[in-house]
Design a protein around this ligand. Structure first.
Ligand code: ZN
Length: 472
């Protein structure tokens, strides 16, 4: 049987004619889309006639969704923590289970899990991913012979699946505010600042070779003391002064209380006062902010990294979407712990959680787009691209040819106009995919909703998860 992952096809220019396409300004008709051999869009023009021989999209064309927050290995225990352990389960009891799982995972298992996850993402409308990568060392906490071993496993997984990647090695140095020493469960995550800067340097060439963007993820204010944060940011600037920076911030009330006890400030307020937060930053789970923090964080230009299904799964609390958008805040979505891997479903969860909180409908519509699915999709692509530090901002010249074609023959979509098809895809397709083809950099990665390597990747994932569960 030929290896479904290889050989990778050589890059070539291409084109597609779409009867309807969702451009950054909204829906357009008769759109000619062309890209060059590097996979960059060179033409996106509406009102055109299709030239003879130009392939036609089978249905409406959407921008591919950047997934702005992923911990790939966590996919292997999605669904396995849904039972009552402690009298009161919480994010923190979930984290104990996650640490147990993380403590025994091997590099080839990380690669198998990530490859399958990225195949799933592509089939579910994500065309790129920001990997918040904190498993650095072996099970005893010692560096691998090649210190970049696990980062390289993720790069290989992304290349084999054909998904775009922003690789964010995580700086993790303490178990709590004030530099509390790390716990045993955190031994695989720990790096001194100079070790992190060497890793970032080491990853430059392999990232460049596949068009991946390296950045840095200070894990959280509880895991990175102020000196480490300052030195790491200065070191990152020396390597790449425009590289993306992602941080977990204010996900949990206990974290906010601990930050207040340590510094007298809430986490987002502390960060804004002590770090140069700007448009390079992605504030992941900025869930618990006061009114002033919402205003200041939005004004900084940073992207709010929302992970609606994970935040619901972990019982984090609700982000105030109205306050953020009223302040002009940018945002995108991530699948984080991968309890759910589906771009449309993150938008659904976001919209529904806000409806429940505000007792209103159609919260996600905005001044330019009354249609909720259209408004949410465009905003999430825009913010996701900014957080990724890659040209993945939708169907515009100079952006990557990352897009999704909906299946107009899906029962939920048949006979509808294009904006209604997107609505049905987000709100009415019953968790089944209404996606036909998925393209990354002008290359087709899923056809009829399926990735060519689906079966091989799934089998390797199931085997890896079986090995890990056998060690329980
Ligand atoms: Zn996370």
């Amino acid at each position: 049987m030929p290896d479904p992952f290889s050989p990778p096809e050589s890059p070539s220019a291409g084109s597609l004619f779409a009867a309807e396409a969702l451009l950054p300004t909204g829906w357009a008709r008769d759109v000619l889309i062309e890209w060059d051999a590097t996979g960059r869009l060179t033409t996106v023009a509406s009102g055109r006639q299709p030239a003879h021989g130009t392939p036609r999209a089978s249905g409406p064309v959407l921008p591919g969704m950047p997934n702005l927050h992923s911990h790939a290995f966590q996919r292997a225990f999605a669904g396995l923590t849904e039972f009552r352990g402690a009298a009161q389960d919480s994010f923190w009891s979930w984290r104990t289970l996650m640490y147990r799982f993380a403590s025994r995972i091997a590099p080839e298992q990380v690669e198998a899990i990530a490859t399958w996850l990225y195949v799933e993402m592509l089939e579910a409308g994500y065309t790129s991913v920001c990997e918040f990568h904190y498993l650095h060392h072996d099970a005893d906490g010692r560096p691998y012979a090649d210190d970049a071993e696990l980062a390289l496993a993720l790069l290989r997984a992304a290349r084999r699946a054909g998904i775009g990647l922003t690789l964010l090695p995580v700086l993790y140095q303490a178990s709590g505010f004030g530099g509390t020493p790390p716990s045993d469960g955190q031994r695989r995550f720990i790096r001194a600042t100079d070790s992190m800067l060497r890793l970032l340097d080491r990853l430059r060439a392999p990232c460049e070779a596949q068009g991946a963007r390296p950045g840095l993820a200070p894990h959280s204010l509880r895991a990175v003391p102020p000196d480490g944060l300052r030195e790491a940011l200065a070191g990152l600037d020396a390597i790449d002064a425009t590289a993306p920076i992602h941080i977990h911030i204010a996900e949990q009330i206990a974290e906010v209380d601990a930050c207040l006890a340590w510094s007298g400030q809430r986490p987002v307020a502390w960060l804004l006062d002590h770090a140069p937060v700007d448009a390079r930053w992605c504030l992941v789970h900025a869930t618990h902010m006061d009114a002033g923090e919402y205003r200041r964080a939005a004004a900084s230009g940073a992207v709010a990294g929302l992970c609606p299904t994970t935040e619901a799964n972990l019982g984090d609390g609700l982000f105030d979407f109205d306050a953020w958008r009223a302040a002009g805040g940018r945002w995108g979505v991530g699948s984080d712990s991968h309890a759910c891997v589906n771009a449309a479903e993150e938008l659904l969860m976001l919209e529904y959680s806000q409806r429940l909180a505000t007792r209103r409908r159609n919260v996600g519509a905005d001044a330019r787009h009354r249609d909720v699915a259209t408004a949410l999709t465009l905003a999430a692509v825009h913010g996701g691209a900014q957080a990724s530090g890659r040209a993945v901002g939708g169907l515009g010249v100079g952006q990557q040819a990352d897009f999704v074609v909906l299946d107009p023959m899906h029962v939920a979509l048949q006979g509808l106009a294009a904006p209604q098809m997107l609505s049905a895809h987000v709100f009415a397709s019953h968790r089944t995919s209404a996606i036909d083809t998925v393209w990354v950099g002008g290359r087709q990665r899923a056809v009829a909703g399926r990735h060519a390597a689906r079966d091989a990747a799934a089998a390797a994932f199931v085997a890896a998860r079986g090995q890990l569960l056998a060690k329980e």
